[in-house]
Design a protein around this ligand. Structure first.
Ligand code: ARG
Length: 471
């Protein structure tokens, strides 16, 4: 009983309570185990806020100095591991406030004047996410640069392009790799957009209605590096759409990484043998001595699941919440932290895994030569000789059936044999059938002709250099 009484007194909000929070409820509601990640931003925010309190004549210059000195010491203490957080102080915000009061006494009790944890946590989280976004963008750029380098290095390599995972038409390996570069460019754009919407400061919104004190919000935004200040206090403390923005962009990015990993897994199989992943990014089997498994690629593919889950989890948390703040929103942090960590680690590993992989040019070219991948080119040949496309499609279809029966590839056909199917065929038809000619014929902006791929590589290089300068 005595222990419980002590606890009531301990709480910073304990005034109106006669009974202590049960141990189970205390553990259940406490978030400090995970929101301690926000300590740096929380303290920076509090230092700025104490300056705003001084400017509003709520605290004196001397008090402001004491508070800042105390907060700075706490920051150091946490960084060095000397200060430990306590579950009973609920979250990172109240832990730091309690530490401050413990350290500087009554002056510390003035820091929270006119502020609420509701505008505080929203501000902290936005600052934190902005920094993490700024750390993620260069990781995407680095991965893109690796893809561009590989595309340049392998510009001569031809592979089968697929639809329905059936060989379709020849493409350059570089074109295939640049497809992923392009996807990542959109991912980067989406994440940039998220940054813009996250860059809005809620501080000064109080619990929900705004604050009674003349807090200079413009000043706060400037010192905390926010481009905008929130326009509605109810919205500012209650919405987490900026987190959802990031989680959605991250889910789409992981979907792209996952698709690429799926290809790495397939390509590194014995059946495909298009690629060999370095030992550094493969693992063995505990029973089968011959095995070399693409576990890193599989895990990135697998981890896309948890990132989608994180998006679903927060969407579900938010969907029924009345305005304004509700404690449910505390559930925004773990999905966000987990997503940030997963995305950053996946990007780093993807970059290294691809940079160290060995592409088997010969296997790719051999595969591109088998399976009638230039049949469409042959049909277009007939179109150029005046045959309507549908008719040309049918004629070439019959040629394919003939080749299948005779167990041979298209380029083994002589002109005499071709002529049996249409008198429009002449000697130049055989050239059309070649894999190289098929590639060269896709000379259209965005196509797989070597000049066109080189054109895109050049554009990508330029863009990456510009981004690098900005970063
Ligand atoms: N730990 C809380 C959160 O993450 C901070 C805000 C608490 N506000 C409150 N009124 N209980 O949402």
């Amino acid at each position: 009983m005595a222990r419980k009484k002590k606890k009531v007194k301990d709480k910073l909000w304990g005034g109106r309570f006669r009974e202590a929070l049960s141990d189970a409820a205390e553990i259940f509601t406490s978030s400090v185990d995970f929101d301690k990640k926000l300590y740096h931003h929380d303290i920076i925010g509090s230092i700025a806020y104490s300056n705003a309190l001084m400017k509003a004549h709520v605290i004196s210059q001397k008090e402001c100095k004491r508070i800042i000195k105390g907060l700075t010491a706490i920051l150091k203490g946490i960084k060095s591991g000397k200060i430990q957080f306590r579950t009973e102080f609920e979250d990172v915000h109240m832990n730091i406030e309690a530490l401050l009061i413990d350290m500087i006494g009554d002056t510390g009790k003035k820091l929270h004047t006119g502020r609420s944890r509701n505008d505080q946590v929203a501000t902290d989280l936005r600052m934190y996410l902005k920094d993490e976004i700024a750390a993620t963008i260069p990781l995407i750029s680095k991965f893109q640069a690796t893809l561009v380098e590989l595309a340049e290095k392998h510009i001569k390599v031809i592979m089968p392009g697929y639809t329905h995972l059936q060989r379709a038409q020849p493409v350059l390996l570089s074109h295939h790799l640049m497809a992923y570069y392009t996807m990542l460019d959109r991912d980067k754009e989406r994440i940039f957009e998220t940054y813009r919407r996250t860059d809005v400061m809620p501080l000064g919104s109080g619990a929900l209605a705004g604050t009674n004190f003349k807090i200079d919000r413009k000043f706060l935004a400037d010192v905390l590096s926010f481009s905008e200040i929130s326009k509605n206090s109810v919205d500012a403390v209650s919405d987490r759409d900026f987190v959802l923005d990031y989680l959605s962009a991250a889910a789409i990015l992981m979907m792209h990484l996952s698709r690429m990993c799926e290809e790495l897994v397939i390509w590194s199989s014995y059946e495909f043998s298009f690629i060999e992943l370095s030992d550094q990014y493969s693992t063995g089997s505990s029973i089968m001595p011959q095995k070399k498994n693409p576990d890193v690629a599989e895990l990135i593919r697998g981890k896309s699941g948890r990132v989608y889950g994180n998006l679903m989890s927060l969407l579900t948390v938010m969907k029924g919440l009345p305005l304004a703040y509700n404690r449910d929103t505390q559930e925004d942090k773990e999905p966000l932290f987990d997503t940030i960590e997963t995305v950053q680690a996946s990007l780093k590993l993807m970059t290294e895994m691809l940079a160290t992989a060995k592409f088997n040019d010969k296997e790719m070219l051999d595969a591109a030569r088998k399976g009638f991948l230039t049949a469409t080119d042959l049909a277009f040949y007939l179109v150029n000789k005046g045959v309507p496309f549908r008719k040309a499609h049918e004629i070439v279809g019959k040629i394919i059936a003939y080749c299948e029966d005779a167990n041979m590839q298209l380029d083994y056909l002589s002109v005499q044999e071709l002529k049996k199917f249409s008198d429009r065929f002449s000697f130049d038809a055989q050239k059309i059938i070649s894999t190289e000619s098929s590639i060269a014929s896709k000379d259209i902006y965005g196509g797989t002709a070597t000049v066109r791929v080189k054109e895109q590589i050049k554009i990508a290089r330029k863009k990456l250099t510009k981004v690098k300068e900005k970063e």
